[in-house]
Design a protein around this ligand. Structure first.
Ligand SMILES: *Cc1c(COP(=O)(O)O)cnc(C)c1O
Length: 414
């Protein structure tokens, strides 16, 4: 096990260390709690809190309807910020609107309309909302093995035994943390004439994506995870520029219409990325998205990605030494380029270990069925000493058998 002094030295050399102070660090009044769930809900940026106060008191409270002059461009403005500074997209291809689920639905339907014949390929371990939306689309679904490689995708295309309309996967798996070969898989799908839709929920703000270079057709993803935009914040949606005219999404609202205030008798889609919008944007939530994304843009996605690789390396090395003898094994790939920013630790008693860590040892991790403890130390505000303490407290809890006191029953939220 690396020593705690090693961790302190790494923190001393960390160029992102000053960013911790840009966030509210106060877990129910306890600053000693280690927050290792930034992959699920990011911390509150002080700037987001201030921007929300301003949006409420001044823009809404005093400006009322006149504030729409400032609000109307929020989906595009925030989309371009996330797209160009964080995802490696070009301008005018990303917007922030609706939830990841709804955006996924809009783009999956748009893809299937553009490819009226052919199956959908996804993997059996994909995030449930993605699989459930696909199941509602009345199209044959072929399931790939979890964390598919390019070869798995090519084999899946061959096994579909006919046209493939859409390949859709999560870039970084929410459970294992495995990162897929976005470029290779996109190429394999294109070779088969299929469109590709990526879910970047666990990539955005954690690792570099370079979307423009991947050739990806479409992407969606959350802003409340590593982009720190707050609970239920709207999601981003990306469509490659040359597909804007070809694709028609199903929720044809006035915000996606050609001349919104013409109040025309029938729908004509707007040109460009705006046609993928539907209704009125959630202004307050978008205000927080803009503030959260700005911090990530300012820190730079490449330094963040480098720290994600180093922090997860540190967690894996510490877990190998301190936790493997207690029945844990690391379920996340060991090659940094093959993973995102969280580490999945497998243990037969994962659920009870999770509960005892949260309730008694001040380590906020989460559990994913059937046997995974996720350690998600978001690079912008997590320290190497947090990683060290999280693993050490886990070792202590399990060595004592403290988790045996916890109930087996799952809670509503795991
Ligand atoms: C978190 C997550 C979602 C969540 O979608 P919502 O519509 O915000 O509930 C979707 N996809 C993936 C891969 C996720 O990790």
């Amino acid at each position: 096990m690396p020593s705690r002094a090693d961790a302190e030295a790494l923190d001393g050399d960390d160029p992102l260390a000053p960013y911790r102070d840009r966030f509210v660090i106060d877990n129910v009044g306890d600053t000693n709690v280690i927050y290792a769930d930034g992959n699920s809900l990011g911390r509150l940026p002080k700037a987001a809190r201030d921007a929300l106060h301003h949006a409420i008191d001044t823009e809404w409270g005093k400006g009322l309807i006149g504030s729409w002059d400032r609000w109307i461009d929020l989906p595009q403005r925030t989309g371009d910020l996330i797209g160009t500074a964080i995802l490696g997209a070009r301008e005018g291809q990303t917007i922030v609107a609706d939830s990841t689920t709804v955006n996924f639905y809009k783009l999956a339907v748009a893809a299937l309309r553009a490819r009226p014949d052919g199956a959908v390929l996804t993997d059996e371990a994909n995030f449930p909302t993605n699989r459930f939306v696909l199941q509602g689309l009345d199209r044959a679904i072929h399931l790939l093995p979890p964390d598919p490689t390019v070869d798995d995708v090519r084999a899946g295309i061959a096994a579909a035994n006919g046209p493939v309309a859409l390949v859709t996967l999560s870039h970084v798996a929410y459970r294992s943390g495995a990162r897929l070969d976005i470029e290779g898989i996109t190429r394999a799908a294109h070779d088969a004439g299929a469109l590709v839709l990526w879910d970047l929920s666990h990539s955005a703000g954690a690792i570099a994506v370079d979307l423009a270079d991947t050739g990806a057709d479409m992407a969606v993803g959350c802003t409340y995870k590593y982009l720190n935009a707050g609970p239920g914040a709207p999601a981003f949606l990306y469509v490659r520029a040359d597909l804007h005219d070809e694709l028609r999404q199903p929720i044809q609202g006035w915000f996606g219409a050609l001349d919104q205030f013409a109040m025309a008798p029938s729908y004509e889609p707007a040109s460009g990325i705006a046609r993928f919008m539907s209704g009125t944007p959630t202004v307050l939530a978008l205000t927080a998205v803009e503030a959260g994304a700005r911090i990530t843009a300012e820190a730079g996605i490449h330094p963040i990605a480098a720290k994600a690789a180093a922090l997860t390396d540190f967690v894996i090395a510490a877990a190998d030494d301190a936790l493997a003898p207690l029945g844990f094994d690391v379920a996340t790939p060991r090659e940094p380029n093959e993973r995102g920013a969280h580490v999945a630790l497998r243990h037969d008693d994962a659920w009870r270990i999770c509960r005892v860590l949260v309730e008694r040892f001040g380590v906020v991790v989460d559990f994913r069925e059937p046997d995974i403890v996720r350690v998600g130390l978001a690079p912008l505000y997590s320290r190497y000493v947090d990683a060290w303490d999280a693993i050490d407290r886990t070792r202590e809890a399990v060595a004592q058998g403290a988790h045996h006191d916890m109930p087996e029953e799952r809670r509503r939220i795991t």
